[in-house]
Structure formats: structure tokens, C-alpha cells
Design a protein around this ligand. Structure first.
Ligand code: HEC
Length: 233
């Protein structure tokens, strides 16, 4: 009887425990709601933005890096598209557009004897110079960048064309402006390079030594304690 009573009590306690557990789990399920991790209808905001916005993201690219990889020969070919209006040679005169020798680093609208548009003269105000980035922006779309410019040229939409052309134009000078510095200074990169080359030299020596040893081993597999002699005799 005593043990049956104990069983009943134990059973009741277990039942209570299970009910409490069940209720709290149930309550948790009912009241504790978390927001969904992803919206039911995911919206690709990037896809909704106009294509123009995407193109503008290209602009802040590091010009130093771009120019360092530029193809000057390709830039010279792109420059032919300007040749109907511009000259690029030193001392050459103006055409429909102003002479472009030494234009990178030059003040905007500075060529004497050329009748610049009002828009270009306004853009020049405050001592604006033609540098890599504003040249790229202007050449991408002259009419957008300097509204009212007299340069009736649709623009170079391809960034590689612009970078190559600007790299070429930079060389058209007796004193080219310095190449832009990359965002990070390249001093650490240089020292890393030195360390790497020193390492590889060391490795090379080590390899050579190892090869020499293994060669010895291959050609003379027999210990040099005199037991090689029986081969001869
Ligand atoms: C249809 C003729 C024409 C073509 C093609 C043309 N340009 Fe021009 N460009 C002009 C004219 C005109 C101006 C003067 C703009 C003004 O006064 O608003 C000008 C101005 C410029 C300027 C400003 C110069 C300064 O002294 O401030 C640059 C730089 C330039 N052009 C570069 C180019 C390049 C590079 C190309 C080829 C990718 C090109 N242009 C193609 C007609 C042309």
C-alpha cells in the first residue's frame, strides 16, 4: 500500500510538471512572437535604382589604380575620335576645339585665342584645373558635366576608354603631372616585396642544397663505410 501511495504521488507530481511545462511552451508559442528574419516579399532595392545611379558608382573608383593599369597605346587610338576638332601635338593650333597639348594640369579654358563658351568660362572660375577625375567626368558626358558647353561630342561611355585616353593625354607634356598616389601609401607594399624576394632567394638556396643532397643519395645509395667495394670486385 505504501508503495502504491508513493506511486500515485509521484505520478501526480510528474503530471503537474508536464502540464506546467506544456503550458509554458504553449504560452511561449502564443505570446512570444519574433518578427520574420526576412520579409515575406523580399524587395531588391538595388534593382529598383535607375541604371544611371549604378554608373555613377564607378566614378569614385581609385584613379591611381586605374591609371596605373592604363594602356597608353589604346588611349592614343581613342584620341583619334577627338582629332576632328582638337590637335594634340606641341605647338599645334586650335581647331573647332582648343589645342589639347599639355591639357592635364592646365587651367580650364586657358588656351589663348580660343573663344570658349560662357559655360566653360564659368566652369573655369575659381581656378579649376583639368585633372584626371574631372577630365573623366567631362569626357563621359560633356553636356552633363558642363551644361551649355560648345563641345558637341556625345561622350566616352566606356571607363576603360576614358582612363586609357587620359593616361595618354598626361604624357603629352614636357612636364607631365605626377601620377596620382594610390589611397594607401605604397611604402609597406614595397618593403613586403623586398621581404618576399629575400625569402624566395633563401628558399632557392635551400632547395638547391636539398637537391644536391638527394642527388648524392640517389647516385650513392650505399653507405660509405667500405661496403661499396664488393660491387667493384
Ligand atoms: C565636334 C568637335 C569636338 C570633338 C569631337 C571633341 N571636342 Fe573637345 N571641345 C570642343 C569644343 C568646341 C570645345 C570648347 C568647349 C567650350 O568652350 O564649351 C572643347 C573643349 C574641350 C576641352 C576643354 C579644354 C580647355 O582648354 O578647357 C577638353 C579637355 C576637350 N575638349 C577634350 C576632348 C577630347 C578628349 C575629345 C575626344 C574624346 C574631344 N574633346 C572631342 C569640340 C570637340
Amino acid at each position: 500500500m505504501g508503495s502504491l501511495f508513493f506511486n500515485k504521488v509521484a505520478g501526480a507530481l510528474l503530471a503537474i510538471f508536464l502540464i506546467v511545462l506544456g503550458l509554458s511552451t504553449l504560452a511561449d508559442g502564443i505570446y512570444h512572437t519574433e518578427g520574420p528574419e526576412t520579409p515575406a516579399y523580399p524587395v531588391d532595392l538595388a534593382a529598383l535604382q535607375p541604371a544611371a545611379a549604378e554608373e555613377e558608382e564607378e566614378a569614385p573608383a581609385d584613379f591611381a589604380v586605374l591609371l596605373a593599369g592604363a594602356d597608353i597605346g589604346a588611349g592614343e587610338r581613342v584620341a583619334r575620335r577627338c582629332a576632328s576638332c582638337h590637335t594634340f601635338e606641341e605647338g599645334a593650333g586650335n581647331g573647332t576645339g582648343p589645342a589639347l597639348w599639355d591639357v592635364i594640369g592646365r587651367d580650364v579654358a586657358e588656351v589663348s585665342g580660343f573663344n570658349y563658351s560662357q559655360a566653360m568660362r564659368e566652369y573655369a572660375e575659381g581656378g579649376t584645373e583639368w585633372m584626371f577625375e574631372n577630365m573623366s567626368d567631362y569626357l563621359e558626358s560633356p553636356r552633363n558635366y558642363v551644361p551649355g558647353t560648345a563641345m558637341s561630342f556625345a561622350g566616352l561611355r566606356d571607363q576603360d576608354d576614358r582612363v586609357n585616353l587620359i593616361a595618354y593625354m598626361r604624357t603629352l607634356s614636357n612636364d607631365p603631372v605626377p601620377m596620382p598616389e594610390p589611397a594607401e601609401s605604397d611604402a609597406p607594399a614595397e618593403s613586403e616585396g623586398d621581404a618576399a624576394s629575400a625569402d624566395s632567394e633563401g628558399e632557392g638556396e635551400g632547395d638547391a642544397a636539398a637537391d644536391a643532397e638527394s642527388d648524392d643519395g640517389d647516385s650513392e645509395p650505399i653507405p660509405d663505410d667500405g661496403e661499396a667495394e664488393p660491387q667493384d670486385g
